[in-house]
Design a protein around this ligand. Structure first.
Ligand code: NAD
Length: 454
């Protein structure tokens, strides 16, 4: 085993070293998970439900500890990190109802009885990115466990600590130790082995479109199931008939949350030309008012970027001659700080087309509804987005026309554990969360029982 060093992004101090799982370690984990899954699937549905509820209770008892770990490892503001830890509990609680409700169908046919069963797939590999370590892990592992599978999670190299702790809490809560295992390590070792190992029956991958494309290609060799949650370049469309004060006051939070390291970030603000100047006047104080600083301090709204190399990548989008309209504040000194930055580029600029994954937003004017829709869809991505209008018909027309999986009208909400989440186009494949997520961790088996004559 080798070890990797974790750096606190707010202080640049060494936080901890973490052992990296080897190839042989992955194979051993898969073999143990395979055996544990058989026992888990045989348990009474009520017992599996109770085990998931105990797991949720263990998370609930450690929300503050998990939140503090995320602050130190990822630089998330404490308020956000506390919400994220509570979200793990809530998602587990939501899917703890699944084992007792995963009913198939009885289909009327001639000559017998036809029943469908939702059979678990077996061992599931969940590969997560560094931006939301806790929520993204639980979106995969909770419905997968609930549907009767074993789960192996590979957290991102930079941010494994909360996932490792969640794995320990699962065991403390009474889940069989081999059923749910956390395997920190490299994407090129652990992640790739999930893809090539024949006993890993499905990959849930969240990360860049580039790596997701490789995962999908590799999975094709075994017709392995995949759910992919990939990049985004979402639009926040502001029409002239909306509550402009509210649209401008909330726009920064639609893109700068988690320092813009959010696949749902509305990183293109599209504003109808006749209200563009007024919108920019209102946006400036809102951006400058964002509290950027120590993520451990209550009231902090934005922390640092996750790492030095990611800081360099984000900074490359804002060279000295960048078309900056205005910027917010950021601390100086140690830490990977980057101020909220508003650009007014041309439509063809790379800042309008590429996912920057930092606190940088491009504001563009549009002419009319048709132009707004064309501009919003002029991207290979389609994950999220917002539409600001007080015209109900327009809200319906535009929300149906934007090619994106998660839209909000007159708000910036994207994620609720009880509603489906996922992307159009190159933002992904499949849906997580919501009532149907457990089905994506099952195969439908149809059995016809012939009924003989009495
Ligand atoms: P990444 O693609 O670099 O890494 C994601 C994970 O894949 C990591 O755990 C990494 O170790 C692993 N990995 C790397 N190479 C691999 C390989 N060859 N085989 C298997 N696994 C491999 O992404 P990142 O930089 O950690 O995260 C940022 C990206 O994630 C952004 O593009 C963002 O939009 C996306 N994201 C999407 C969603 C969503 O729900 N759509 C949510 C969060 C983040």
């Amino acid at each position: 085993m080798t070890a990797s060093e974790l750096i606190n992004p707010a202080t640049e101090e060494l936080l901890r070293t973490v052992e990296q799982t080897s190839l042989a370690g992955v194979d051993d984990a898969v073999a143990r998970a395979k055996a544990a899954q058989r026992d888990w699937a045989r348990l009474a549905p009520g017992d599996r439900a109770a085990a998931l509820r105990s797991f949720a209770a263990a998370i609930d008892a450690h929300v503050d500890e998990l939140a503090a770990l995320e602050v130190a490892n990822s630089g998330h503001p404490i308020g956000n990190a506390t919400w994220e830890a509570g979200h793990v509990r809530d998602v587990l609680q939501f899917y703890s109802a699944t084992p007792e409700r995963l009913s198939g169908k009885q289909i009327p046919v001639a000559g017998g009885l036809d029943i469908t069963f939702n059979e678990p797939l077996g061992v599931i590999g969940v590969i997560t990115p560094w931006n939301f370590p806790m929520p993204i892990a639980v979106w995969g592992f909770a419905p997968a466990l609930a549907a009767g599978n074993a789960v192996l999670v590979k957290p991102a190299e930079w941010t494994p600590l909360t996932t490792i702790r969640i794995g320990e809490l699962a065991v403390e809560a009474g889940l069989p130790p081999d059923l749910f295992q956390v395997l920190p390590g490299k994407g090129s070792v652990v992640g790739e082995r999930f893809v090539t190992h024949p006993d890993v029956r499905k990959i849930v991958f969240t990360g860049s479109t580039e790596v997701g494309t490789r995962v999908m290609a590799g999975a094709a060799a075994q017709v392995k199931r995949v759910t992919l949650e990939l990049g985004g370049k979402s639009a926040n469309i502001v029409f002239d008939d909306c509550d402009l004060d509210k649209a401008a006051a909330t726009a920064p939070y639609g893109v700068f949350d988690n320092a813009g390291q959010d696949c749902c970030a509305r990183s293109r603000i599209l504003v109808q030309r006749n209200v563009y100047d007024r919108f920019m006047e209102l946006l400036e104080p809102a951006v400058k008012g964002i509290a950027v600083g120590d993520p451990a301090a209550k009231g902090t709204e934005m922390g640092p970027l996750v790492s030095k190399s990611h800081w360099e990548s984000v900074a490359s989008y804002v060279p000295d001659d960048a078309p900056v309209a205005f910027r917010g504040d950021a601390p100086s000194g140690p830490g990977y700080w980057f101020p909220p930055t508003v650009l007014i580029p041309e439509r063809s600029d790379r800042t309008v087309r590429e996912e920057i994954f930092g606190p940088v937003v491009a504001v563009l004017p549009f002419e009319d509804e048709a132009d707004a829709i064309e501009l919003a869809n002029d991207t290979p991505y389609g994950l999220s987005g917002s539409i600001w209008t007080d015209n109900l018909s327009r809200a319906i027309r535009v929300s149906r026309a934007v090619e994106s999986g998660n839209l909000s009208v007159n708000s910036h909400s994207s994620v609720r554990y009880n509603t489906p989440f996922g992307g159009f186009k190159q933002s992904g494949l499949g849906r997580e969360l919501g009532p149907d997520a457990p089905l994506s961790f099952t195969e439908t088996k149809n059995v016809f029982y012939a009924i003989g004559d009495a």
